[in-house]
Design a protein. Structure first.
Length: 437
């Protein structure tokens, strides 16, 4: 198919809710390492990684070699049969969870499914039904996941009942109009009032992303989750850490984002970077929590031998190449570069994130923090013209999301910063964002 035929087929045969970036959809033809090529042969530096999914580079040769062998050996059996790839991956994950306390896994196909399993498990374990989630969160596309999602634009159709939303730690736009750290982390302590006023007082659990992905990489203060965890447990609930975007070392020096808060959750969910592009989801829990899911259940494609082989190969590659340390070190270098761009471009209101999960929030004026949604779209288009791929998010659509493969180096970051600088400057020259010297 030609590029135009592909675009036309997308319009005619896909749900219109399936949206694409850019005024003219970018048709991706192939990819390798940190680069992507479009249908016209143009090469782009990929600093979004398919929404925080390409963790060890596109078409990683070491990973793919193991997948090719598995394809010729065993492709599918379903969960009603035991197989080595699934068992090996479950054992590996159990060895790297916080404190080695989460050791029982259930494999699915996506982060949405992983979160469904987690909420079901919390309800079975506690005997309670109500769930607390966070504002600005995103947890997936199913009925339950939509109910837990704290963004109106994604809450399509009538979501399931039984979920309430607490204040998130969005320091740049504090819901209480306070400044950290003088605020005393009021947003965290407000959890007590929320549970007492908006639930029956006994909850099944609390689900949260350590860094909110679609919300715009909102990064809470380090003490936020420790405060919330105690309140949640005092009211009978367990802690679910949604690590779909923050897992597998991306935040630097730790396998999971929640570990930076010193909190050990009862359940971790993940997907995306675990498979480096192959569909996989996992819900891993403390044994006594997992054991509460009594009865029988199956997942036709969960624990698929090919997907679990690829996931295990990804984790081994991260281990062998010490990519968690690279995320910390190269991530710090990236962060310093973004802070320099903030000094140069007045349109950048905030820089936040952790490791190789960084974001910049664009505003039309810094004093009032007015979201620069239109300018953000223009920067996205300018970045495409400069052969750079980045993501977009935030409640107001004004946050640029940056999540390159975890094995990029400083030279890649230098190239990225140069291209982003040019993209921001190009928009400023059009009169929609001022540049300060």
């Amino acid at each position: 198919m030609t590029k135009d035929e592909i675009i036309l087929a997308n319009r005619e045969y896909l749900f219109p809710a399936v949206f694409h970036y850019y005024k003219e959809p970018l048709v991706v033809a192939r990819a390798k390492d940190q680069y992507v090529w479009d249908a016209d042969g143009n090469r782009y530096l990929d600093f979004f990684g398919g929404i925080v999914t390409v963790s060890v580079g596109h078409c990683n040769e070491q990973v793919n070699a193991k997948v090719h062998r598995q394809l010729d050996t065993l492709q599918h059996v379903s969960t009603v049969f035991a197989n080595e790839p699934q068992a090996a991956l479950a054992k590996k994950i159990a060895s790297i969870t916080p404190g080695g306390k989460l050791t029982k896994s259930f494999f699915t196909n996506s982060g949405t499914e992983a979160n469904e399993v987690a909420v079901l498990t919390a309800r079975c374990y506690t005997g309670n039904t109500e769930i607390v989630a966070l504002r600005h969160s995103y947890h997936g596309r199913s009925g339950m996941a939509l109910a837990a999602t704290g963004q109106g634009a994604y809450r399509l159709g009538p979501p399931n009942a039984g979920v309430v939303h607490a204040h998130n730690a969005y320091c740049y736009r504090c819901p209480f109009g306070l400044q950290y750290p003088d605020c005393g982390v009021r947003c965290a302590y407000d959890m007590e009032e929320l549970i007492r006023s908006s639930t029956g007082g006994r909850i099944a659990g609390f689900i949260a992303e350590p860094i909110q992905g679609v919300g715009g990489f909102i990064t809470p203060p380090p003490e936020y989750f420790a405060i919330v965890e105690k309140i949640v447990r005092d009211h009978g609930g367990i802690f679910i850490s949604d690590e779909v975007q923050t897992g597998w070392g991306r935040t630097g020096n730790r396998w999971f984002g929640i570990e930076h808060s010193g909190v050990t959750p009862d359940i971790i969910t993940s997907a995306k970077g675990l498979g480096n592009g192959t569909p996989i989801g996992v819900t891993v829990a403390r044994p006594e929590v997992a054991d509460a899911v009594a009865g029988a259940t199956i997942s036709t494609f969960g624990g698929n031998p090919v997907s679990t082989t690829q996931a295990k190969a990804v984790l081994d590659f991260i281990d062998e190449q010490n990519l968690m340390a690279n995320c910390a070190e190269t991530g710090a270098y990236l962060r310093a570069g973004l802070e320099e761009l903030k000094e140069k471009h007045a349109i950048i209101g905030d820089v936040r994130g952790m490791g190789l999960l960084q974001a910049i929030e664009l505003v039309s004026d810094r004093e009032n923090k007015t979201p620069a949604a239109a300018q953000t779209l223009m920067v996205m288009e300018a970045a495409r013209e400069n052969r750079l791929l980045i993501g977009k998010g935030g409640m107001f659509g004004n946050v640029l999301r940056i999540s390159p493969p975890m094995n990029v180096g400083r030279s890649d970051v230098d190239q990225f910063l140069e291209l982003l600088d040019a993209s921001l400057a190009g928009v400023a020259l059009k009169g929609v964002g001022s540049t300060s010297q």
